[in-house]
Structures are given as C-alpha cells and as structure tokens.
Write a protein that binds this ligand. Structure first.
Ligand SMILES: [Zn+2]
Length: 169
C-alpha cells in the first residue's frame, strides 16, 4: 500500500525547487584566420586550408582574414522566481550577451582586436577556443543574476558548430 499521507513525505521534497533552462541566440559577423607561428607556410596551408592566413595562389599573402556569420546559442539554468515567473528576464539575458559577446566580437578582426587572441598568437581563433573564451566572459555575469551557465553552442557556418558545457578533462 502506498502511503500518500503528506506527513511521510521527506522535508527536503518541500524545499527542492524545479530547475528550468532558458535559451537565447545572437548572431555576429567577424573576421579571423588560423595560423600556427611554429609551422611554416606549407604546414599552415595543409592543416588550416582556406582558413589559413596564407593563400595558395599568393606567396606574399600572410595573416589574410576571411569572415564568418557566427551564431551563438546560450542556455542558462536556474530556479523560477516566484514573483516574476522568470529564471531570468530575456531582456536581461540579451543585455548580457550584447555587452559580453556582441561588443567584443561583432565586426571585429578577432586575431588583431579581441583579447585574449590578439596577444596570444598561438591561441587559434577556432570555434572551440572561441567557446572557451565566451564561457569565461559569460559565467560571472550569469552568476551575478543568480542563474548558471548550462550550455553554449557556436556556429561558424550553418553546418559547422561546437558545443561546450563547462566540462574539464
Ligand atoms: Zn574561418
């Protein structure tokens, strides 16, 4: 027989709050190239191909950029506030994404303008590394709003993208 008497429900069940995830997307345009300064021109072209700052048909070309229309999806999680019904107001989340991401990356030449890439030429401007940097930018801002970053996905092209959930090996 199942005991449905509320007095037998553990106290912590009353204390637990449902966690809900909410998601916002932004897009930005930016230029970059991939280049490993420890490799010669041939190896950079072999590994990075069209994304290399070199050009196959132009021996003088070096650090030549190309552009992407990036798309970023950000999912945060938190409890639903009883007064607002929000995990976080989408307007607040949008403001965070504009300040922390858009202002730093939109219409930028990432290798030359955006920290930490501009001062670390060995740190490639791949979607994977961009995600790691974006996570660091977003995490404290989301925490200040009493929520937590859950997952971020960055598209470099409509069919090429990477996802990060803050995990470490
Ligand atoms: Zn590229």
């Amino acid at each position: 027989m199942v005991n449905n008497d509320w007095r037998f429900i553990p106290f912590k069940v009353f204390m637990s709050k449902p966690i809900v995830e909410i998601t916002k997307e932004i897009t930005f345009e930016a230029a970059h190239y991939l280049h490993n300064p420890q490799w010669d021109r041939a190896k950079n072209l072999e590994v990075f191909k069209k994304c290399s700052g070199f050009r196959k048909d132009d021996p003088k070309a070096i650090h030549y950029p190309h552009g992407h229309s990036y798309r970023l999806r950000v999912t945060i999680k938190g409890s639903v506030h009883s007064e607002t019904g929000f995990v976080m107001d989408f307007k607040v989340l949008k403001g965070i994404l504009e300040k922390e991401i858009f202002d730093r990356l939109d219409h930028r030449f990432i290798n030359k303008e955006t920290e930490p890439f501009k001062n670390n030429l060995k740190f490639q401007t791949t979607v994977e590394n961009l995600l790691l940097v974006i996570w660091k930018w977003l995490d404290p801002a989301i925490k200040r709003e009493k929520a937590a970053l859950y997952e971020i996905t960055l598209w470099e092209t409509p069919t090429s993208f990477a996802t990060y959930r803050g995990n470490k090996a």
